[in-house]
Write a protein that binds this ligand. Structure first.
Ligand code: 8ID
Ligand code: ZN
Ligand code: ZN
Length: 349
């Protein structure tokens, strides 16, 4: 009862347009499964893939999407640990070699041969998607598939980023780009991990959302006269946050964070604005003993832990569900910075 044809959002050439059309359903190879994707979150990375603004080419034609939650409907002959009917998640890391130096240490996002869902292999903006069985997230059946979809990239990424920041319970983390998809989840994971958060973003809607998500302060980067000073003042002792999660899709905050992070603090770069560079004064970096680092999605263990936080009811965030056919309009809102939280597409509509 697996259909031969399905609906998908296809990018024929970089820059678009996006085409909602009927394409073939593929068959899984020996180490792969076929997933009937029910819901997929829309990540800003999908918009980077459409625009082609990163120094890494996508496959073409391309089906985007890497926050796909669905049901296993077929499996390759080597697969013993997944049954038909199991719920799984298609993540950004679709597969990896499992043999290189990084894979041996469960650092599979660093694998040079990693397959990227919705970028170097077709992703979850279709009704039936292929994934390597070794890497799909195992989703317990009592979890709602629409709500969990954004956890599969945004959740895993911010959870890992918070761990990489070294911030400890009771300490304060500045979340830059707090009103977006990663930012909304970051505030909830931080709260669940016993951290305080300061939100930085712009506009009334995002201010409201960030207050609901538990941040103690909101700094509007567009209207603030001095972001650096305001972030410092928002911490209890005025010495600045212990860590900064940079989730914004613009370069400016990557040039500011080292100025307001607390001495001994860490700046974690996660957002990927096109062509951007980091900047930090050498003098302050040295005498404040600042750590500046990058963080890239998470491994399989980070993924299952991030899912478990969600399962325990610790992660609540605003999301809207629309049909897969409406993906183009979601990108238009995202481009304008008009989305507070995440959009999730329903592949049946
Ligand atoms: O593994 C990774 N490192 C990883 C994983 C997933 C996503 C990286 N990303 C990258 C995406 O490719 C993208 O570049 O993280 C970035 C954020 O993804 P997103 O959360 O899905 O994007 P969004 O929902 O559009 O949110 C971005 C927010 O940044 C704010 C915007 O207002 C928006 O709310 N923002 C901007 I643009 N400039 C800002 C500034 N100067 C800012 N917030 C604060 N200060
Ligand atoms: Zn993503
Ligand atoms: Zn590898």
């Amino acid at each position: 009862e697996i259909p031969k044809k399905q609906m998908a959002q296809v990018i024929e050439k970089t820059g678009g347009p996006l085409q909602y059309k009927e394409i073939d359903v593929q068959q899984p190879g020996p180490d792969e499964i076929l997933v009937n994707v029910k819901f997929s979150g829309v990540c800003h990375t999908d918009l980077h893939a459409l625009k082609g603004d990163w120094p890494l080419p996508t496959k073409l034609p391309l089906v985007g999407g890497h926050e796909g939650a669905g049901v296993v409907v077929a499996r390759g002959e080597l697969i013993k640990d997944l049954e038909l009917g199991d719920h799984v998640g298609i993540k950004w890391i679709n597969g990896s070699c499992l043999a290189c130096d990084f894979c041996q240490q469960s650092d599979e996002p660093l694998c040079a041969k990693a397959l990227l869902s919705g970028y170097t292999v077709d992703g979850s903006f279709q009704q039936y998607a292929i994934a390597k069985a070794a890497h799909v997230a195992r989703i317990p059946k009592d979890i709602d598939l629409a709500g969990v979809a954004p956890v599969l990239c945004a959740g895993i990424t911010v959870y890992k980023g918070l761990k990489e920041s070294g911030a400890k319970p009771g300490q304060t983390v500045a979340i830059v780009g707090a009103g977006g998809g990663l930012g909304a989840l970051a505030q909830q994971y931080a709260k669940a991990m016993g951290l305080r958060t300061i939100a930085i973003d712009t506009g009334y809607d995002k201010r409201k959302v960030c207050a609901e998500l538990g941040s103690s302060a909101f700094i509007d980067f567009a209207t603030s006269k001095n972001v650096v000073q305001e972030v410092k003042e928002a911490t209890e002792d005025g010495l600045g946050p212990h860590a900064v999660l940079l989730l914004a899709v613009s370069e400016r905050p990557f040039q500011q964070a080292a100025e307001y992070v607390r001495a001994r603090g860490s700046v974690v770069c996660i957002g990927l604005p096109a062509g951007a560079y980091l900047k930090a004064p050498v003098f302050d970096t040295v005498i404040k003993m600042i750590t500046i680092k990058g963080s890239y999605v998470g491994n399989r263990k980070d993924s299952s832990e991030a899912l478990d936080f969600y399962r325990r009811g610790l992660i609540k965030f605003p999301y809207k569900v629309v049909g897969l056919s409406e993906l183009q309009s979601v990108y238009e809102l995202m481009e304008k910075g008009a989305i507070a939280g995440r959009y999730v597409v329903d592949t049946s509509k």
